[in-house]
Every structure is written in C-alpha cells, then in structure tokens.
Design a protein around this ligand. Structure first.
Ligand code: PAF
Length: 289
C-alpha cells in the first residue's frame, strides 16, 4: 500500500478562455463549482468564504481583481492594497483550485456601458455616497458569473448592501446559482476585517475600534431606547471620537434597505455604518433583530 497523500495544485489563470476551458473539463466530470469574488488583499474574512466554498463544492474558483469600474474615487483605487503573491499562498493553503487574476484589459477589452437599476436597494447608503459604485460591482460580478457559471457564489455580510444588490441582480438577470452570504469576521477586539485595515496606522487602528465597540454597545442600548434614540447614540459616539468622521449611520429594513422609524416596523433590522478614519473608509453593520 502506498501512503499517497493527495498532491494538491492550485492554478493561477489570467485569461477568460483558459478559465472557461478548465471549468468545462471540471463540469464534464460532473463537478460542482463555487466562486469567491474578491479584490485581493485577502484576510481571514475572505478565508472564511473560501473555506465554505471548498467545503460545499468540488471546485473552488477565487477571483482576485481590483475592479476599476466600482471605484468612484481615483485615489481610493490607487491606494487599494495589491498583494497577489501573499493572496495565492493563502488560497493554496485553503484548498482553492483556481485563482482567476485577470488584467483590466482582459475583463474590459472595451468599456462596459451596461447600466443597472436596483431601485430602491441602490438608492440609499453606499448608493448615495459612492455614485456608480454598485453599477460597477454589478458589471464585474455579472461578468464573473458569466465566465465561471458557478453553482454557488460566496459574499461577506460586511458589505451588507452589496449582498442584497447581488441577490437582486441574480434575480433580475436570471442567473442559475445560489448566492451564499457569510457572517462578518472580526478581529478579537471586534474590528471588522477589511482589506482596507492594512492602510490604517497603528494609532488609527486603535481609533477605528470605536466603530465596532459603539455598534455592540448600541445593541444593549436599543433594548431600552427607541430607534431614534439609538441612532443618535451611535451618531454622537462616533462624532465624539477624535480621528473618526461619520459618513452615515442608517438603521434599515434588512430586506428592502429602506430606513425604519421604529423597532416595531419590521422583524429584520440592521444598522449600517460608514466612517472615515483619516483617509480610510471603513464600513460595518450590526443586526438588531
Ligand atoms: O466585495 C468586493 O470585494 C467586491 O466588491 C467584489 C464583490 C469582489 C466585486 O469587485
């Protein structure tokens, strides 16, 4: 008896044609395919998505692509961390099968002029502060769905609005796949993991902690206070923290993403926050019910 341990090889693919050829072969063998779309600079949050895909599918594809069409701020696009070698090392250790890391020209040989409308989901929060952002997300995610044709696609709940919009896009365009939302992964001290955290100075990293701390504190506060009072408590706590600048805090119906006025309005209520810590834009959210 040979004690062969499975020799595992992850393949990095840069072109759509090659990716399609690999996946056609996998599918011909009846294999299921999971897709984890990312912009790289991977952390434990991404790792949890990949682990889930590896557990639930025969083949896992992870895309690593900093999608220019979803950045409405050129500086933000330029600053976005790019760490492909480290990303590949992590993905290989997690058991991903294919990393799709295309160039911008490969994905957008000509400008993508498609315009999506996800009203009312894209007319609030990020949709207001990052005009065009979700259109860009829909452009890239729909392209990835067309290239990969996954059985399941995995997204983090930290980008709560993005997840709702991708579900709506799948419904509108009739993609035959399951969108799997995965819980936020946090540092031990509560900070939600984000690729942007690497852009924080050590001091900013400490300051940024006030975001998750305030959200957690608001859960208890909400038990004894109205929704309006709870919203004010969060807004004041962030405004009162030196080094943080609140962009918005909205308490919304988790399905429609429309603001709710009272805890009794619906049975699914989520608080979504965006805060600048210096130039770094951080988002987080918390479920009240
Ligand atoms: O959430 C992200 O990292 C990006 O918006 C996504 C879904 C990979 C599309 O570029």
């Amino acid at each position: 008896m040979h004690g062969f341990s499975e020799i595992y090889e992850m393949i990095v693919v840069e072109t759509v044609d090659k990716l399609r050829a690999f996946l056609a072969a996998a599918r011909a063998e009846g294999k299921s395919v999971g897709l984890v779309p990312t912009m790289g600079a991977l952390h434990e949050g991404h790792a949890s998505l990949v682990q889930r895909s590896v557990a639930e599918n025969d083949v896992t594809v992870v895309s690593v692509f900093v999608n220019p069409t979803q950045f409405n701020d050129k500086g933000d696009l330029e600053r976005y961390p790019r760490t492909l070698d480290a990303d590949c090392a992590l993905l290989s250790s997690l058991g991903a099968n294919y990393v799709f890391a295309p160039s911008v020209e490969e994905v957008y040989p000509e400008p993508d002029t498609r315009v999506f409308d996800f009203a009312p989901l894209d007319k609030v929060m990020e949709g207001v502060y990052r005009p065009g952002h979700f259109n860009g997300v829909a452009q890239i995610v729909s392209k990835l769905f067309m290239y990969v044709e996954p059985d399941r696609a995995y997204f983090g709940e930290k980008d709560f609005q993005q997840l709702a919009i991708i579900r709506e896009m799948v419904r509108q365009l009739g993609f035959k796949l399951q969108v799997v939302g995965c819980p936020i992964v946090r540092e031990k001290d509560g900070l939600a993991l984000s690729s942007r955290n690497t852009l924080l100075t050590p001091e900013q990293r400490i300051t940024a902690l006030a975001i998750s701390k305030t959200l957690f504190a608001s859960l208890d506060y909400a038990k004894l206070h109205t929704l309006t009072e709870t919203k004010q408590m969060v807004e004041q706590a962030i405004a009162g923290t030196e080094g943080l600048e609140l962009e918005y805090y909205e308490v919304v119906d988790g399905n429609t993403l429309q603001p709710v006025a009272s805890w009794d309005d619906t049975d699914y209520i989520v608080g979504c926050i965006t805060v600048y810590c210096g130039k770094v834009r951080l988002i987080d959210n918390i479920r009240y019910k």
